[in-house]
Design a protein around this ligand. Structure first.
Ligand SMILES: *Cc1c(COP(=O)(O)O)cnc(C)c1O
Length: 366
């Protein structure tokens, strides 16, 4: 059977990758203990620290997608019976809750409105009524709604109450500044296929000393062997002990993607995302399409929009975009299904050319 048709990816991820990254992916694999692989890993880890805005020594590309990163952070930081506070303003916040509950945590959920940010006051109100809280968590860039929640205020509240602060940066990393250290984020995870510019398959993690201490002082062993930070660190750092066969080709691809990020420059990359998004939203406004997310906090890399009222079958519109034009855009998740569309302008997908094509196609269909 033939492989699938190439697409222009303007959905919530994965995003397009450049030929340079694809070429790296196609290199011959080398061994997981090859000294040259560790030289490469050092470079990747240095670039990830720059991208994350952190000095955290334990910053590394975990094997697996963004969900592996989410699971790894929660399973290392939480023990059964721990009190955990999670802010939910979208689909991915719900997953933080679900995994924490499976780990036996006593979870207090802060329910925010989908499409709006979470405010620090929402957290201080809840935390001041609870006793000891182990962990506070929320999503930085909610891909289900297109909203960026500012993190510094929430981190401060968490620290005031002695909790560590975990942030989901799957869609934010590489698309908007994430400022891990200056925001007070203790642990964060991401994915390679959204704004970083590589295919899906790796989850960059950054773990502060404070979060490392929490994991180190556990009374019970980490229930998930594969995701145990201590075992993983013994591979990525000296003594480089075998843990699992890292996907070397994915590491080649990530290396090239990060190299491209550094060559473009972080500020220029964020500016490109903003400019392409503004161009898209202007074009959509001309078609009478309105943005969904809270003004002032809209993600430039994930543009959520109300589906026009004239559209009776939104699935058919997306199907036509895909089949006739090779364009992928996203539908709504959860309660937003059938109400919004999500147009991703992430990483290498964020170009004027792609947006021009999408606007022309939408105009023709609508
Ligand atoms: C995509 C995404 C995830 C999950 O990542 P996968 O790579 O699909 O496992 C988690 N959180 C957010 C905010 C995301 O956008």
């Amino acid at each position: 059977m033939a492989l699938p048709t190439p697409r222009i990816l303007l959905g919530p991820g994965p995003s397009s990758v450049t030929p340079r990254v694809l070429e790296a992916l196609g290199r011959a694999p080398i061994g997981y203990l090859d000294p040259e692989l560790f030289t490469l890993l050092e470079d990747i880890r240095t670039n990830l620290r720059t991208l994350y805005g952190t000095q955290n020594d334990f910053t590394f590309p975990l094997t697996g997608t963004g969900m592996a990163g989410m699971e790894a952070c929660l399973v290392n930081l939480i023990e059964a019976g721990d009190r955990v506070v999670i802010g939910v303003n979208g689909f991915f916040g719900l997953r933080l809750v679900e995994i924490s509950r499976r780990l036996g945590a006593e979870v207090t959920v802060i329910n925010g409105e989908w499409g709006r940010i979470l405010e620090p006051e929402m957290f201080s109100e809840v935390l001041s009524k609870l006793g000891q809280v182990k962990l506070v968590a929320c999503v930085h860039a909610e891909t289900s709604t297109g909203v960026a929640t500012p993190l510094a205020g929430i981190a401060e509240v968490a620290h005031t109450h002695g909790a560590v602060f975990l942030a989901d940066m799957v869609t934010s990393l590489g698309g908007i500044p994430v400022d891990v250290d200056s925001s007070g984020v203790d642990a964060a995870y991401s994915g390679t296929q959204k704004c970083v510019g590589a295919p899906p398959g790796l989850s960059p993690l950054t773990i502060s000393e404070r979060a490392w201490e929490v994991a180190n002082n556990r009374k019970s062993p980490v229930a998930n062997w594969y995701l145990d930070w201590k075992l993983l660190r013994a591979y990525y750092d000296a003594p480089h002990a075998y843990h699992h066969t890292v996907p070397v080709n994915m590491l080649f691809a990530l290396q090239e993607a990060l190299q491209e990020v550094m060559e473009e420059g972080l500020e220029a990359r964020y500016a490109r995302h903003r400019e392409v998004s503004a161009y898209l939203m202007e074009g959509l406004a001309e078609l009478g399409i309105r943005p969904f997310a809270q003004e002032g906090y809209r993600l430039p890399q994930l543009n959520s929009i109300h589906i026009p009222e004239s559209v009776t079958d939104e699935v058919a519109v997306r199907k036509r975009l895909l089949e006739q034009y090779g364009l992928e855009i996203g539908g709504g998740l959860g309660d937003l299904k059938g109400k919004i569309w999500r147009i991703g302008t992430m990483g290498a997908s964020a170009t004027h050319r792609n947006v021009t094509l999408l606007l022309a196609a939408l105009k023709e269909i609508l």
